[in-house]
Design a protein around this ligand. Structure first.
Ligand SMILES: *Cc1c(COP(=O)(O)O)cnc(C)c1O
Length: 428
């Protein structure tokens, strides 16, 4: 049996048919933006390995930090014990985050960071004497991860979890913010979509612990960019109704949208923030849930006194060391310039796709480029073409998109945009 045969026979892949996985590539190494296959062929990782590898793969500074950490302390439990990587990473996060967000809970993946945020919200409400506030509000088109509670706040129809509808706790779904990024913002609540939130909070606010959403960019729920002013209005309404605001920046954090965090497009600070994905520059899994002092204090001074969560590998030192090196890279390099250059080039090179029949929309924000088709794109077509084009793309639903490492060169990016436009042409 060849290795690929074994894989096809025994290994599950994400959102892939286990009996018929389709084309699969065996990757033996990676460096910078390039993935190298076992057969020696190379492909540009236009997905930054699902939004993570912002500095490219195997960045020398991150690898060196991880190697040094391996020699001292790859792991130790975090209950009753602490370590310098967790502390140093905490300093960097509190330095780069807006004032107020400074109580950090580390976990091992984005979905878990969401679970933790939801628990924090409920425990904080209980601490305030609002034990009836155990439900959540969110907007349609969202994606917050694959674990059970995170799933319940993903889009109930188009999200990946419609299948489980009957087994999910019912949450409160608001329409997706209808005013797109770049459109004029109408102040009238009926026109800007905030009336629905106001009405929900007026009617059922006393049952709702928090509003959770991805600020400005909805990722896996449809690659939709909405107007930041919606968040300003939402912040005011939540505060007025005693509902906490949770931002999921797992996909958008660390420069991807052209701001360090997407919430900075709106200048709005949530009560709880989730980060993950690019936190370690795509080198190892790590996530964090960061709360305000008020949220933390409420829980700490409550009857329960502790947040009821504690992952075995919490604050894994190896992952923290990678994250420190990754955040230092962001600080040392002009990521802002890199991302705006990528945005400008993508706007120019993806524009011709507008004229292809079957293309519904073309949009760019920061280092995110999207060609939205009128019908669903089969990712297996892109997978099969990758060795020929030398570009690794994984479209989902109706979206052909890229999320390249910030270090991609102009020539490499041109190959990516050409592959996207060709794929759109082939699908049309
Ligand atoms: C990827 C993602 C998650 C889930 O993170 P995992 O590390 O896959 O568990 C949650 N929210 C958003 C916005 C994401 O993009």
């Amino acid at each position: 049996m060849t290795p690929l045969d074994f894989d096809a026979r025994h290994l599950w892949h994400p959102y892939t048919n286990v009996m018929d996985p389709g084309p699969m590539h065996l990757i033996s190494s990676a460096e910078g933006v390039w993935l190298t296959r076992e057969d020696g062929g190379k492909m540009i990782d236009a997905m930054a390995s699902w939004w993570c590898a912002v500095h490219g793969h195997r960045h020398p500074a991150i690898i060196a930090a991880m190697q040094a950490q391996l020699d001292h302390l790859p792991h130790v439990m975090f209950g009753g014990l602490t370590h310098t990587p967790a502390i140093e990473l905490g300093k960097r996060l509190t330095d780069m985050l807006p004032d107020g967000l400074d109580r950090i809970f580390y976990s091992d993946s984005g979905s878990v960071a969401i679970e933790v945020a939801l628990k924090m919200a409920v425990q904080n409400q209980m601490a305030k004497g609002h034990s009836g506030r155990a439900e959540f509000a969110t907007i349609r088109g969202g994606y917050h991860g694959d674990t059970w509670k995170a799933m319940s706040v993903c889009d109930p129809v188009n999200g990946m979890h419609g299948l489980f509808r009957g087994a999910m706790s019912i949450q409160h779904f608001l329409p997706r913010p209808s005013v797109a990024l770049g459109q004029d913002w109408p102040e009238d609540l009926a026109l800007n979509g905030l009336a629905a939130l106001e009405e929900l909070l007026d009617r059922q606010g006393d049952r709702i612990a928090a509003l959770i959403l991805e600020p400005v960019v909805q990722g896996a729920g449809g690659m939709y960019f909405y107007h930041p002013s919606w968040l300003k209005g939402a912040r005011e309404l939540c505060s007025a109704h005693g509902v906490l605001l949770i931002f999921d920046e797992i996909a958008t954090g660390f420069g991807r949208t052209g701001q360090l965090f997407a919430m900075q497009h709106a200048d709005v600070v949530p009560d709880i923030l989730c980060v993950g994905k690019a936190l370690t520059g795509g080198h190892i899994t790590l996530a964090a849930t960061i709360a305000t002092e008020a949220v933390a204090r409420g829980i700490g001074e409550s009857e329960a006194s502790v947040l009821m969560h504690g992952p075995t590998y919490m604050a894994n030192p190896l992952a923290c060391a990678a994250a420190i090196a990754s955040l230092d890279q962001l600080k040392q390099r002009d990521w802002h310039h890199e991302v705006s250059a990528i945005a400008k080039q993508m706007e120019h090179e993806l524009a011709p796709a507008c004229d292809i029949p079957g293309v519904a929309d073309v949009r760019v924000l920061g280092a995110i480029g999207v060609i939205e088709m009128e019908s669903v794109v089969d990712p297996r077509i892109a997978h099969a073409q990758a060795p020929k084009t030398g570009v690794w793309l994984r479209p989902f639903a109706r979206n052909i998109y890229c999320m390249p490492p910030f270090v991609i060169s102009g020539d490499e990016l041109s190959r990516v945009t050409a592959a996207m436009v060709n794929l759109a042409r082939g699908e049309a």
